[in-house]
Structure formats: C-alpha cells, structure tokens
Design a protein around this ligand. Structure first.
Ligand SMILES: [Zn+2]
Ligand SMILES: [Zn+2]
Length: 319
C-alpha cells in the first residue's frame, strides 16, 4: 500500500510503498477513504509528542470501509483502552492508564489501509461524503467534549478558530448559545469563517470582546491565551483548554482565577462521547469546511496547518 511515513521528528513525511498491515486478533482491516489532519498530527510530526516507535503513519480521523463486510467505519484518536483500570471502570476511558492512540501508538490513516481494534471503531452512516465526515472524528468529537465540559454557557468565547472551533460553533449556535470568536490578530479569513458558522462577533486576541463570557474554549496551542480567557470570563466562569499540547502558560495574578473561575483541560474522548456527537451532528447539521489533499501532498497539508494558511479542516483524500 501507499503510505506517508514519519521517519523522525521534524523530517518531512516519506511517501512510499510499504507492506499491507496485518490485522491482529480483534482488529479490523480498513480501506481508508479519507483521513483528517489534526493539530495533534503536527505535534507528533514536530516531536512535541513523542512517538513510541518509528516509522509511524500519522492520522486519527479515519473514514473507511471494513474489508471483511464493506461497512463504513470511523477510527478516532482513542485506539484502545484496557477496560480494567480505575478510570475505565468509572466510565472515564478517555483517562485510561494504558490507553493507546491512533497515529501515535498504532499506525494511523495517512495510508491506503489501516488496522484498528474492532471494539473502538465507530459505526458511520453512508452519507455525507467521506471528506465531510473525517473532520468530525477528532475536531468534532474533541470539540464537542470541550463544549460539554464548559457547562451551560449563554455567552461562549472560542479562542483559535480552526477545525474544532468551526464545528463546535455550529453545535453551540444550534443549542442557542451566543458565540464570540477570537483568532490571531488580523486573521481575516478565520474571522470570516467564524461569522459564516454563526459567531456574532469575531476579532483578534488584542481586540476587547464586547460582552463578559460565561465560558471560554481554547483550541489554539498558545499558553498566553489562558490568562486572556480568564480575564474575559465572568465570576464562576469556566475556561477549557481543548488541545493536547500547549506552550507554557505565563504567570498571572490570582485575581484572574478568583471569583470561582475554573480552569481545566480536556483529554481525549470516550466512545460514548463519539456516539453522542455522531447522533447530534446530522441534526445540526454540522457542515465542515474542508480543504482536501492527495496522499502525495500530505506534507503540504501539515505545512499549511503549521503556518495557519488553512481555513477550516484539512483532509487527505485516499479514494
Ligand atoms: Zn486530533
Ligand atoms: Zn483503562
């Protein structure tokens, strides 16, 4: 099969013919139709997250067909959980002590074929198009969990308006929330996308937000946004960090946290999160704004994401 391989951090992916993957016990063999490109893929490619073995196939938003029966399935970031540790038993498998992740511990979907644990594959509908579904499988799922952990905010701030944000914004609007989008200063295309998907205000990080927020979601990997978001939320408000990696958070006065403000992170997802979100998405209906790339152009997809030259979600098209 053709695959894009990470040989070492910070090196371009190598596009090559490699042997087809062999499914182990309990695994499904999947012909990949499309695979979303996530900021986490960038963190692995750049060495911010260390891959336990190389070479590695990145990509954890896989839409494909199970070779055995042709059924459409999705493979998300959570590749495997033990089912036995205290977290798994509490229904918090996203925190599983020995969890494995797609495109990090197991090869992912920047390839024509992938293998995945049958029990962690998601059943997917036949519509919409594979390119439209792929971004739902991490940007959508993690974004939705991030929103759920924010409580029931009327005025929601979203910091960093990429793949996750543009999906969460649609869900939040559908739920009747007011959305305020914060992008990099001067990022007119991200601000335009934010307005198109229902944000009533979109501006740069230096612009004052016109109303106090009940909650803020941070999707950009920039620690300096944390004190900024705490400053923007009212007493009792919640700031949720949705990314897996973030630059250091600068010191800030205790007064920003005072007033029962809450600062928390989101880690991974559970299968129950996935099922809940995949039920909601067609009701909204969520429409992902997608830029597609051929497998041969996987490096360009990563570069475009790294340089912020991308509006919405990047997806590798393997059909
Ligand atoms: Zn992801
Ligand atoms: Zn576990």
């Amino acid at each position: 099969m053709r695959a894009a391989l990470l040989d070492r951090p910070r090196a371009p992916l190598r596009i090559a013919d490699v042997p087809d993957p062999a499914p182990g016990p309990g695994d499904a063999l999947i012909r990949v139709e499309a695979c979303g490109v996530c900021r986490t893929d960038l963190h692995v490619a750049d060495g911010d997250l260390r891959a336990p073995r190389l070479p590695l196939v990145l990509g954890h938003q896989i839409v494909g067909r199970r070779v055995s029966d042709g059924a459409r399935v999705g493979v998300p970031w959570l590749a495997w959980t033990c089912g036995e540790c205290p977290y798994c038993r509490e229904g918090r498998e996203n925190l599983c002590d020995s969890a494995r992740f797609t495109g990090l511990d197991r090869d992912g979907g920047f390839a024509e074929l992938a293998v995945a644990d049958e029990g962690h594959c998601l059943a997917l509908p036949e519509a919409p198009d594979a390119l439209a579904i792929a971004p739902l499988l991490c940007a959508g799922l993690i974004g939705h969990r991030t929103l759920r952990l924010a409580g029931d905010p009327r005025r929601l701030g979203i910091y960093g308006f990429g793949a996750a944000a543009h999906i969460v914004c649609q869900v939040a609007r559908w739920e009747g929330r007011r959305v305020f989008a914060v992008t990099r200063d001067g990022d007119a295309s991200a601000q335009q996308l934010a307005r198109e998907v229902g944000a009533e205000w979109a501006g740069g990080a230096s612009d004052p937000i016109p109303a106090p927020l009940d909650a803020a979601l941070i999707f950009a990997p920039a620690g300096e946004l944390v004190p900024l978001a705490l400053k923007a939320v009212r007493k009792g408000g919640v700031v949720v960090c949705g990314g897996i990696h973030m630059s250091d958070i600068p010191a800030f006065p205790y007064a920003l946290l005072w007033g029962e403000r809450v600062l928390r992170s989101v880690a991974n997802l559970t299968r129950a999160d996935a099922e809940a979100f995949l039920r909601i998405a067609p009701q909204v209906p969520v429409r992902a704004s997608v830029t597609s790339y051929r497998l041969e152009d996987a490096n360009r997809a990563l570069d475009d994401l790294r340089l912020g030259q991308l509006t919405g979600a990047a997806v590798i098209d393997l059909r």
